[in-house]
Design a protein around this ligand. Structure first.
Ligand code: TXA
Ligand code: MG
Length: 344
């Protein structure tokens, strides 16, 4: 069945979507990380709708998406940064924009308080997805967009995920196919002293540190100490099915139960387990709920499949999902962050 909400992205549908954004409506659109739920960043009513549609608490601020570095100055006042961080901001935007890096910067007073939940800062991201860039340019140049899912749910990496979660309450979903990166952007706060990673994401910490030196990381659970990142709640990105996170060793020792699902980090660890439990890969049925994130331990591939596979496993009606931790390097940090929250 063709959905009346989902439009294949092309020049016409982009113009139509941009018009909706200009008139204060919400549009879901693809980015390289996950699908976003966009609204004009300068329209308070559109912003209020974003919070309502997502059932998102008002204390959890939004990311503003831009498509030209020039727009930066209309949203942030970089002169308020410490000199060293001003230089780091220039290095980071020069190297990693457009791409999966969100920078938290001093907010200009003209930016509605609702965007940043009353904080003196604003989170800015320049996505690399060409159609996302066009949509932003064709509309108002500044589009506030959280991930296009109900608060706390799994993030969408396909138009169909958005429709299943938010279908009844948005005007249009632009379909650009599956998202490449598959996990949300890395959020980096430059407004303090040492740059601080508020959310691990599509740009690995190692790459950031190779460019600007040491970074800090906030404690994982949202409680005290992590105030600067109000949206980083302990339970988040959660499937409806209970998820249990295991080390590789624990995972290898799990018995097979027909009503449970198993998500291995890579194919070799899945195959070792299958042999242990008496299965052979050839006998594996699609409905069995046994999956791996990467063929050969590639964290980039694994991140790209994470939400996609979790959406699928969630639909199988199993009583629980067992998931194996990723090695912590590179994008493994973002994968583990999402799995830990999904399990909380
Ligand atoms: O990849 C992404 O970033 C996706 C796509 C759509 O661009 N967007 C996304 O937005 O993940 P959202 O709303 O689901 O996550 C935004 C995160 C939250 O953890 C929020 O707390 C944090 O960014 N954030 C936003 N503004 C902030 C600010 N001013 N200070 C600190 N954290 C902020
Ligand atoms: Mg989100």
């Amino acid at each position: 069945m063709v959905s009346p909400l989902i439009y294949r992205v092309d020049e016409d549908t982009l113009r139509k979507a941009a018009e909706l954004l200009r008139t204060g409506e919400l549009v879901a659109f693809p980015t390289e990380t996950v699908y976003g739920l966009g609204g004009d960043a300068f329209n308070a009513e559109a912003l209020a709708k974003i919070f309502d549609v997502k059932k998102r608490p008002r204390f959890d601020p939004l990311i503003v998406h831009i498509a030209e570095t020039g727009t930066l100055d209309t949203l942030t006042d970089l002169s308020l940064l410490e000199k060293a961080n001003r230089e780091k901001a220039a290095l980071l935007t020069g190297r990693f924009w457009p791409g999966p890096l969100t920078l938290v910067l001093p907010k200009r007073p003209e930016v509605p308080a609702l965007v940043s939940s009353g904080l003196p800062t604003v989170a800015l991201r320049f996505p690399s997805h060409p159609e996302a860039q066009k949509l932003i340019r064709y509309s108002t140049g500044a589009v506030a967009a959280p991930s296009a899912n109900s608060f706390g749910h799994l993030s969408p990496t396909r138009a169909e995920h958005v429709e299943a979660d938010l279908g009844g309450s948005i005007a249009m979903i632009l379909d650009g196919g599956p998202c490449q990166v598959g996990v949300e952007s890395t959020v980096l706060d430059l407004t303090g002293g040492l740059p601080c990673i508020l959310r691990p994401g599509g740009l690995p910490r190692e790459e950031i540190e190779a460019l600007i030196g040491e970074t800090a990381q906030t404690p994982r659970d949202g409680a005290p100490g992590a105030q600067a990142s109000p949206g980083m709640l302990k339970s988040h990105y959660a499937p409806r099915t209970t998820l249990i996170l295991h080390s590789g060793k624990e995972m290898a020792e799990l018995p097979f139960r027909k009503n449970e699902a198993y998500l291995f980090f890579d194919r070799p660890s899945m195959e070792r387990w299958l042999i242990e439990t008496g299965f052979s890969a050839q006998n594996l049925q699609a409905g069995e709920g046994i999956f791996y994130l990467s063929e050969d331990g590639d964290a980039v591939e694994a991140a790209g499949r994470l939400f996609e596979i979790l959406h699928h496993l969630d639909g199988l009606g199993k009583i629980r999902i067992h998931a194996e931790e990723a090695p912590p390097e590179g994008l493994g940090a973002a994968i583990n962050d999402r799995l830990i929250r999904a399990a909380a």
